[in-house]
Design a binder for this molecule. Sequence first.
Ligand SMILES: *[C@@H]1O[C@H](CO)[C@@H](O)[C@H](O)[C@H]1NC(C)=O
Ligand SMILES: *[C@@H]1O[C@H](CO)[C@@H](O)[C@H](O)[C@H]1NC(C)=O
Ligand SMILES: *[C@@H]1O[C@H](CO)[C@@H](O)[C@H](O)[C@H]1NC(C)=O
Length: 642
Amino acid sequence: MDTAARARITSWCSLLLFLGLSFAQNAAEGEAGTLDVGVILNMRSLLGKMSRTSILMAMEDFYAVHHRDHATRLVLHVRDSNGGGNIQAASAAIDLLENHHVQAIIGPEKSAEATFVSDIGNNSQVPVISFTATNPALSSAHVPYFLRATLSDAAQVNSIAALIKAFGWREVVPIYEDTDYGRGIIPYLVDALQEFGASMPYRSVISQSASSDQVEQELYKLMTMQTRVYIVHMLPTTGSILFKKAKEIGMMTEAYVWILTDGIANIVNSLSPSILDAMDGALGVRFHVPISKALDDFTVRWNKRYRKDYPDDSLSQLSIYGLWGYDAVWALALAAAKVSMTRPTFQKQQKYRKNSTFVGTLGVSTVGPKLLDAILQCKFRGLSGDFDLRNRQLQFSTFQIINVVRRESKEIGYWTAKQGIFRNLNQDVSAHTYLHPMPDLNPVVWPGQTHIVPKGWQIPTNGKKLRVGVRTSGYSEFMKVERDPVTNAITATGYAIDVFEEAIKKLPYAVPYEYVSFDALGVNYRSYNDFVYQVPLGVYDAAIGDITIRHNRTSYADFTLPYTESGIAMIVPVKDNTNKNTWIFLKPLTGDLWFASIVFLIYTGIVIWLLERRIRNAELTGSFFRQLGIAIYFSFFADSEW
Ligand SMILES: *[C@@H]1O[C@H](CO)[C@@H](O)[C@H](O)[C@H]1NC(C)=O
Ligand SMILES: *[C@@H]1O[C@H](CO)[C@@H](O)[C@H](O)[C@H]1NC(C)=O
Ligand SMILES: *[C@@H]1O[C@H](CO)[C@@H](O)[C@H](O)[C@H]1NC(C)=O
């Protein structure tokens, strides 16, 4: 990048910088006008080497532009954590704080290391800026001194979920490495998938130190399960082993879906051709870097510089981590210029004065809080896009969806939180409709070089196909079976076959099948009864044809619903069974009810007769039948004079 381009980078930070270009490694305590910065990288990893080149170039570029300003300069102290893990990174941090009194730390590479180093930094009020540690759990209000100049892994889960939703997959299996980095994304992924009802029937954890045999075992296990959509969340080293094995045992073929998180997708261009071959057909999401002239210039210079620094490593290409490393140093240099740094010192912490615990003796940076504020307020347009750490981590804008095809990453679309998935950055998204069931993306080449979207689900038959019995019908429109005399391959055609194949296509998962000819069994086998009977015998898994559903056949085979009329009808006389009796309304009045009614009638009459008799004694005399008649009369017209 030329000086003019660099100068165009807008900055909200005031720039007051000291003169001088030297890249001193001396570390006199609190030397006026300098800010000691520790850098912890793993020089054995691709990321470490890439970052080192970027960071050194950032220093040179920054002070080439700002050499006339009188302000605090950064002095870098680079430490190699040597892939030694958390303890190595932590001890590098302690060494930097204790012996060089660094006021800020850049790095370390891994999330687990960052957990240690950020605690140490926080304890001494020294900002720790990592541009590679992506575990979402690292950002916490309790560790204000940890800044993430990269995206949290939680940022990408929605784009992955959108992709899974768009292609209509219902189940996914995450394959992740057993590290802080690997595990960190899982809860967020579960949440994002749950939002549209997709589930995670299994989680495949692969130890960071797994041998390729162990990886193979795990992959075979996945093969026996039904889900065929895998989300791979790993660093490239573990990922390379995984994909090579997957390719070897036939999991990079049709019906399989592999989705890479940005851990691999971000640096896919630097992977070796053999690994890219193994990954062929995989999808991935990664941070989208806006194209700019500054970026193009920088890429050219970076490539030249990197080849010079690491002549053995000719494959590596500049990745987003290199840009974030560059921008992080740039931000720190801007922040340092803003903070007046006359004699930054370390104060011994009061509470630890008498205690000589290791960390307790480190002291507290006096400029720490001011420096932290300055970094948080620093906002500028960097190589990676808008660089803004206000929320203690970078904010994402757009994700790019890529497809690994023929050793290259092909861009197939984009994702933003607002617009979801779309094909082109410049397209008018308001005109975007969801009429099409397929997502609006460039065509994807899936594993196995196919263009058909995998169903994401397969009955794990382990090579065994569904054996479907077929026979030539008396009506060849229904079914005609032919055998190729050379290859012995069986082709079946006809209406029954069309219905079957259409039904198979409608299934939400893939069922591999093959046709087996019944005609081949010989002349002794002619009847449809025998044909159907091959199913319970286990010769066929299913039989198709113009088979009539008869009662005795249903007792040993299950039939689909009939898909055509049999053409057979039955004529039977109708026996009119309707009861035309006029007295049908009397039906509910049963004998018991009639009897009870009469008994109550007489009973009521007698009661009234007895009462009436007391008043009109003379009138109620005469023969017994007359009395009974009067009593019954009373039960109807008790009140009348008669
Ligand atoms: C980090 O530092 C801040 C301020 O110095 C302090 O309040 C907080 O408790 C520290 N967090 C941890 C985990 O030590
Ligand atoms: C020293 O550490 C012990 C525990 O390790 C603690 O109880 C004690 O208060 C500390 N002393 C001082 C002066 O902070
Ligand atoms: C079903 O019935 C047919 C004739 O109606 C008979 O030929 C056939 O053997 C029967 N099949 C079985 C399994 O009973």
